[in-house]
Design a protein around this ligand. Structure first.
Ligand SMILES: C[S@@+](CC[C@H](N)C(=O)[O-])C[C@H]1O[C@@H](n2cnc3c(N)ncnc32)[C@H](O)[C@@H]1O
Length: 267
């Protein structure tokens, strides 16, 4: 079992680098890491953390993130946001960007890809035959390289794609075998995958029309959340939208976001 001191070292490191607040999650951390350390021949937590801290961009630091992040997600999650996109947001963007035909949407904690692929399907549907004339690629980023690789692979179990409408399953997925389906190259090319830590300065050249930052701020403390929301605000187009998880809310006192409806905000 992890000692208080070993746990504290991990808490401090993970909070400082990635914003994730592990306080009170000693059992979870031990449960996820103990086996990893054993399998990889470490004598204990301190040996491992010394290696991580020596090379924060190295493989072991990446593995720490891959082990410690919670990546749960699924197709059709919070689908009311997609309805809102179709009915309200996309018609506005289509009218406003008719000249440039460039739609910039960011899925900022995209995990294994269900969220950004769903956004891409909504966009394909919405633009229909006009789609070819627009650049609607969705930026999909996550801290964990493991989930990004899975997203890029685009393979899902049959049960995972079951909740999707039949038309989308037929159009955007190919059956690989009895158990698995794979997204079509046509859909995959609509996504741009990048590893990105939300705690870092934003490197984007252009501002976004829409940011999906759902079910990730729950891992951050209030101050970290506020700093992040201010950065997101700065990187939204005027009138741009932010979607957060439906169980999340943002403190509007510290930011300039306008409330639209629960979990939907606007610049
Ligand atoms: C629970 S998933 C949410 C997935 C999806 N947005 C949804 O709502 O279903 C949270 C994701 O946030 C990512 N994450 C945690 N801290 C992060 C950080 N500092 N920067 C970027 N992504 C982070 C995790 O790796 C994980 O994949």
């Amino acid at each position: 079992m992890i000692t208080e001191q070993e746990f504290h070292r991990i808490v401090v490191y993970v909070k400082q680098k990635y914003g994730i607040d592990l306080n009170g999650k000693q059992i979870l951390v031990n449960g996820r890491m103990e086996n990893y350390l054993l399998r990889n021949g470490y004598s204990g937590y301190d040996e491992y953390m010394t290696k991580v801290e020596k090379n924060p961009k190295g493989e072991e630091a990446r593995n720490l993130i891959n082990v410690l992040t919670t990546n749960h997600t699924y197709f059709m999650r919070e689908f009311e946001h997609m309805d809102f996109m179709r009915k309200v947001v996309l018609p506005q963007i289509k009218a406003k960007e008719a000249g440039k035909r460039d739609v910039r949407i960011w899925s900022a904690a995209s995990s294994t890809g269900e969220e950004p692929y769903t956004i891409a399907m909504v966009l394909k549907d919405f633009f229909g035959l006009d789609h070819k004339m627009w650049d609607t690629r969705v930026l999909a980023t996550d801290l964990s390289t493991k989930v990004l690789e899975q997203a890029q692979r685009g393979k899902y179990l049959k049960e995972q794609i079951d909740p999707l409408p039949e038309g989308w399953k037929r159009r955007f997925f190919k059956r690989v075998n009895e158990l698995e389906y794979q997204v079509t190259p046509e859909l995959k090319q609509e996504l741009i995958f990048r590893q990105f830590n939300l705690m870092n300065p934003f490197p984007f050249r252009k501002k976004f029309h829409v940011v999906f930052m759902r079910n990730v701020m729950i891992y951050f403390d209030d101050n970290t959340k506020l700093q992040l929301l201010r950065k997101v605000y700065d990187y939204l187009e005027p009138g741009g939208y932010l979607f957060v998880g439906t169980t999340e809310s943002i403190d509007r006192k510290g930011t300039n976001f306008q409330y639209v409806e629960p979990s939907i905000y606007r610049k």
